[in-house]
Design a protein around this ligand. Structure first.
Ligand code: ASP
Length: 324
């Protein structure tokens, strides 16, 4: 009996601690891990959202860049972090594709995280260095096929959006090209601008300004319709490539076991941040928009992740590209 009373006391104390913690949350800085290098597209999205969430939460939301292995290194770090709401992960479509791409992922994609909500869906653009002679996507494809052993395609590692896009591009043209991995497309863009790599598929959050400024050549966007900010860039379908319509959706996650009250608070804060004028305006300048409130929820992110794992699995298996 005494043992029973003691265990009731422990349970009550634990319940109190969880509730008390959740009630005062957050009482210190929160870190959002971006699993790619600083200065890239996911970093840009994360910093804008983090700034708006800081205002709402009354604590600093700090972005930490943990690049490498297509985003899976940063995801692993958050999967293993304390589930207290102070370390979060902002990862994109790579959360879904890496589940199939990696044979030995160091975390269980569907079991290792709590879902906070969807953040945005960003179009991709197919680019080449400025002095590439090809002026249309068809000419770029001809050039790539004729020079397959020396044309280089930059990406941010297996699991990155740039990797997925490059893989689809090579499948669509039926020609493997030489790939060059980086820790993020921030540094990949630096090399494209410097002419050290030939081709990069990257999100408009990293490419719009470069395309508008004429510092890179843009051949296509992966959306069904052209973008307002890039009216001269045709869609992949218009430009003659099929199977290349997709958006780079981003989600915010917490480690599994984060208290429900904390997840709820973060989800509400994300919804507020996505209505912030600065977020809306800057996203629009960069060819994207915040996810609607109904999608900035745990249920919507969970459903998206599950459906995207199912969507990409057969495509990746057909391409036959896996990593350990
Ligand atoms: N989103 C990545 C970055 O921020 C790049 C990628 O996924 O291709 O660098």
């Amino acid at each position: 009996m005494q043992k029973l009373i003691a265990s009731f006391a422990v349970a009550a104390a634990l319940a109190f601690a969880t509730t008390a913690g959740a009630q005062t949350y957050p009482d210190r800085n929160i870190t959002v891990v971006v699993p790619f290098a600083a200065g890239g597209p996911t970093d840009t999205v994360a910093r804008l959202v983090a700034e708006a969430m800081s205002k709402d939460l009354g604590q600093q939301v700090i972005v930490e860049n943990v690049g490498g292995a297509g985003g899976t290194l940063g995801a692993k770090q958050v999967a293993e972090a304390d589930p207290d709401g102070y370390k979060l992960l902002l990862y994109h479509i790579g959360m879904a594709t890496s589940a199939t791409l990696y044979r030995n992922l160091p975390y269980n994609t569907l079991e290792a995280f709590e879902y906070i909500g969807l953040v945005t869906e960003v179009p991709m653009t197919i680019l080449a260095r400025k002095d590439m002679a090809a002026t249309t996507l068809a000419e770029l494809v001809d050039y790539a096929k004729a020079n397959a052993d020396k044309v280089t395609v930059a990406n941010a590692g297996i699991g990155a959006a740039s990797h997925l896009c490059g893989m689809l591009f090579m499948s669509a043209i039926g020609t493997p090209l030489v790939t060059v991995p980086y820790k993020g497309t921030g540094p990949a863009m630096t090399d494209l601008l410097g002419g050290q790599v030939d081709i990069l598929c990257d999100q408009t959050t990293n490419t719009t300004k470069q395309i508008q400024g004429g510092t890179v050549k843009a051949y296509a966007v992966t959306t069904p319709a052209r973008l307002d900010v890039l009216p001269d860039v045709p869609t992949t379908t218009e430009a003659g490539l099929t199977g290349m319509e997709f958006g780079i959706w981003h989600g915010l996650y917490a480690p599994k076991g984060t208290p429900a009250e904390v997840v709820d608070r973060l989800s509400k804060s994300l919804q507020v941040a996505l209505k912030d004028k600065n977020v809306i305006d800057r996203f629009a300048e960069l060819g994207t928009s915040p996810s609607p409130e109904a999608d900035a929820t745990p249920a919507a992110l969970k459903a998206k992740l599950e459906s995207e794992i199912a969507r990409w699995k057969p495509v990746i298996e057909a391409a036959g590209q896996f990593a350990d």
